[in-house]
Design a protein around this ligand. Sequence first.
Ligand SMILES: [Zn+2]
Length: 69
Amino acid sequence: MISEELLAILVCPSCRTKLQLIGEHWLVCTNPDCSRKYPIIDDIPNLLIEEGTKYIHVQISDLPAHPTR
Ligand SMILES: [Zn+2]
């Protein structure tokens, strides 16, 4: 689980906007013009721009519940 302290300092590596935790496995950029979504795998957020870009057009409700590498 990502701590509140960590979440507070995490920003999108692409646009530097705050990330929102969705469930336990996704960090979603709160900038609607960016919309990148970053998976959290084994409690480690994968904050690579190219990883977030893969999910730009995936709706939050359609994100896999348990993302894998
Ligand atoms: Zn962003």
